[in-house]
Design a protein around this ligand. Structure first.
Ligand SMILES: Cc1cc2nc3c(=O)[nH]c(=O)nc-3n(C[C@H](O)[C@H](O)[C@H](O)COP(=O)(O)O)c2cc1C
Length: 322
């Protein structure tokens, strides 16, 4: 049984948070179209001496979604989520937790570290905490530390993907966990959303297809590269952040590197403090999962979500006839 906040979505989809790419425009469009929208708290970066941009973003999202709900009582917006990078190099974590607690953020997504105090803050303001993991051991730890649900990040996902097949990962988690389970990794069609549910997940967690939307905070060339690329253009490398991640090979070539001959980097080089020794990651070396062959055009997020919903309904009807 899903917690009430995750019930009644138009389709069982949570849009995943993406560094730089996800901001208020995209989140508001996703929520209005009926799926959970999300952004990393770290994307809200104010200049020195200015008030926290995160507060301005949360105010704007709350106000726009409230306005939408008043004018569309029959189609209320889905709730939104904020992602916290729970890594020792994230010097803003405590401040961002305080802000999200004060603004009563309904869904908290934690990555790169499970910490009981973050889950406690989410619960204290009436929210739920979902933690992303790449294997069963991390999944157990996350639940022991108080997360309400899990995001299984399988092979082929954009960003810091895991190496495991979604079949293996979901099956091992479902042996002991019957709470909310989201699955990510190259899900880009309504049929794939249904497949995630057939495998045992409750919801699909989708990132890369939303890079090629008008509301995404990404350069036009990045959006176009998503449209023009497919699974064969995705390269897995630890070079750019110290942790294995998936990137678009043409963006690596454009930065003057050979995507077929990249060095490995050590996890100790990972840094979310803003003074990264690898400034090119994400801003010049563009992340993406393997599912983007399904993305044919840059379009408004609402159109992409309409198509996902239509494909999902069609796939369901087709499977029922088997
Ligand atoms: C460009 C990009 C940036 C990402 N940044 C983050 C991030 O800041 N925090 C996070 O938890 N996940 C991040 N992710 C991973 C996504 O949340 C999610 O796991 C992934 O996009 C799902 O796979 P898909 O892209 O194949 O749909 C990022 C993914 C991409 C493609």
């Amino acid at each position: 049984m899903l917690p009430p906040i995750l019930q009644n979505l138009r389709i069982p989809v949570v849009a995943s948070p993406m560094f730089i790419v996800s901001g208020p425009e995209l989140v508001i469009a996703q929520c209005k179209a009926g799926i959970v929208g999300s952004f990393p708290a770290l994307n809200a970066r104010e200049k020195d001496g200015e008030p926290p941009l995160l507060e301005a973003w949360l105010t704007r999202i709350n106000e726009e979604l409230d306005r939408h709900n008043q004018s569309n009582p029959d189609h209320p917006a889905a709730p939104f989520a904020v992602n916290q990078i729970v890594h020792r190099s994230n010097a803003r974590l405590e401040r961002d937790i305080e802000i999200c607690h004060r603004y009563k953020v309904p869904i908290w997504i934690t990555s790169l570290g499970a910490r009981p105090e973050v889950n406690a803050a989410a619960h204290d303001c009436g929210g739920i905490a979902l933690h992303d993991i790449i294997n069963n051991t991390f999944a157990k730890k996350a639940i022991e530390k108080g997360a309400d649900g899990l995001i299984a990040v399988a092979a082929g996902a954009g960003g810091h993907a895991g190496p495991q097949s979604p079949f293996a990962l979901v099956q091992e988690i479902r042996e002991w966990f019957d709470g909310p389970l989201l699955l990510s990794g190259a899900i880009a069609t309504g049929r794939a959303v249904l497949a995630a549910q057939a495998m045992g997940a409750d919801l699909a967690y989708i990132g890369s297809p939303f890079i090629a939307t008008t509301e995404a905070n990404a350069p036009g060339d990045y959006k176009q590269m998503i449209v023009e690329s497919g699974a064969m253009d995705i390269v897995t490398s630890s070079l750019f952040t110290g942790v294995s991640g998936n990137y678009l090979a043409p963006s690596i070539r454009a930065a003057g590197l050979n995507p077929d001959d990249l060095e490995h980097a050590d996890v100790s080089t990972m840094n979310f403090g803003g003074a990264s020794s690898k400034p090119k990651a994400w801003s010049q070396i563009w992340g993406s999962g393997q599912g983007i062959g399904a993305v044919r055009a840059v379009e408004p997020a609402a159109d992409r979500i309409d198509r996902l919903a239509a494909e999902y309904a069609e796939a369901k009807a087709e499977i029922a006839r088997l």
